[in-house]
Write a protein that binds this ligand. Structure first.
Ligand SMILES: [Zn+2]
Length: 225
């Protein structure tokens, strides 16, 4: 793989790209996206590597590497960046994100059409910063969608996009991926619990979520309980 990378790729970037491709394939293999939907990015210094537009993840290779500056200026590669580039860049500019994952996960997208906020049915809500908001609908790839996403992410590391999908960010690709998978799982959980006729799911209180947030701070990522 290394021999076929363009000579101008800086140290560390080739490895970051391989991790990005692996994460993108994982979103497909684990059912969070279908076809060429969804996109993944990772920040290396002030360069953002991002999946290219319209290339199936199983065909992504070293030649598809695309790197842009935080202002969107192309720094590396010749492929066309994902149409959701404005959304990814907005998240990097406004937060400490090192990686961003966007999917059209089916349960999360279903929930985005039903509520303005995912009801806190599970304590992992606290791991995402609190109840996950739904950003109002805006057409894909627009600055309006990027702005709505940032507002929904205030104090959170993930949000839903109405009639569209998920956005999650993290300190690295694994964390952004894990938050996406947790969000999809919680959406599935809420849909399942709330579909029982005549019953309403119990929700966690703000105090219960705050208690969990405190435990997460003390125990870090070990949220297994
Ligand atoms: Zn999308």
């Amino acid at each position: 793989m290394r021999e076929t990378e363009p000579a101008s790729i800086p140290d560390g970037t080739g490895q970051a790209w391989r991790r990005l491709v692996a994460t993108a394939r994982r979103t497909h293999d684990e059912g969070l996206v279908v076809g060429t939907s969804g996109n993944v990015s990772v920040r290396v210094g002030d360069t953002v590597l991002v999946t290219p537009s319209g290339v199936p993840y199983d065909r992504l290779g070293p030649r598809d590497l695309v790197g842009v500056g935080l202002d969107g200026r192309r720094l590396l590669g010749t492929a066309e960046p994902t149409s959701e580039l404005p959304l990814h860049l907005a998240v990097y500019r406004a937060t400490g994100a090192r990686a961003v994952v966007h999917t059209h996960a089916v349960h999360a997208t279903a929930v985005s059409t039903l509520v303005d906020e995912l009801p806190p049915v599970h304590y992992m809500t606290a791991a995402l910063g609190g109840p996950v908001r739904v950003a109002p609908y805006a057409a894909y790839g627009t600055p309006e969608l990027a702005g709505a996403t940032l507002a929904a992410l205030e104090g959170r590391s993930a949000c839903l996009l109405r009639n569209h999908g998920t956005v999650a960010y993290g300190e690295d690709l694994d964390q952004a991926y894990d938050r996406t998978a947790q969000l999809e799982w919680m959406c599935r959980l809420w849909l399942l619990a709330s579909s029982v006729p005549g019953r309403t799911p119990a929700l966690l209180t703000p105090a219960q979520l705050a208690e969990t947030a405190g435990r997460l701070r003390r125990y870090g990522r070990r949220t297994g309980g």
